[in-house]
Design a protein around this ligand. Sequence first.
Ligand code: 13P
Length: 249
Amino acid sequence: MRNYYIAGNWKMHKTRGEAAALAQALVAQLKNGKHKYLVAPSFTALETVGPLLKGSNILLGAQNMAAAEQGAHTGEVSVLQLKDLGVQAVILGHSERRHTYQEDDGLINKKVKLALQHGLEVILCVGELLSEREAGNAEGVCETQTVQGLAGVAVADLPRVTIAYEPVWAIGTGKTATPEDADAIHASIRQVVARLYGTDAAQQILIQYGGSVKPDNAAQLMAKEHIDGALVGGAALSADTFVPIALFK
Ligand code: 13P
């Protein structure tokens, strides 16, 4: 039986004060939660939020990371700096990184390997554009992103990897994949992991769904066999909407 894993991606929202208030509310309201939890504030709020999460059941995540360990990379943030702030996990390959900032699978793979090498957990995001879905290529796109994102990752490191299926057309649009459509893609991603790492590893890997997850659709999505949690954007910005998702039954 796989655990559920609910993560909040706060994207480019919240000042330090706002982030602290949300983190405090979540720590209090999720303390009896039975699932695995993470919040990923902006880099600027990590130092504020980290100490508030200490001793709680909520992991501290970052939303991105440089592909290099350190050096002359103006504007980037390194894995060493994240670890110094107590970051435990990093979201990589988010569609906004892929499509707004042109990150390709090769770059994302470097980041995945670097994060794992430094002991972090990784949430590797995959997902197709609307045009790719309409061309019947949703599974193929997710397969390529999964295979290339995980290239060179050892089976021993796979327990620290979560995959998040986020169809790009469902992010921030209010359009959710139906639970059936999402589950079909999750099943195909699990098959890809089985081909790469064997069936045990594939049975164990957690695959989150992301894209307009809200309190009123979370339970139906997560009732599906292959949907092991959620990566939440807009609804993660307030305890009123994130907590019901995180405590879903
Ligand atoms: P929304 O929940 O706002 O659609 O965002 C999903 C997402 O991109 C999480 O990483």
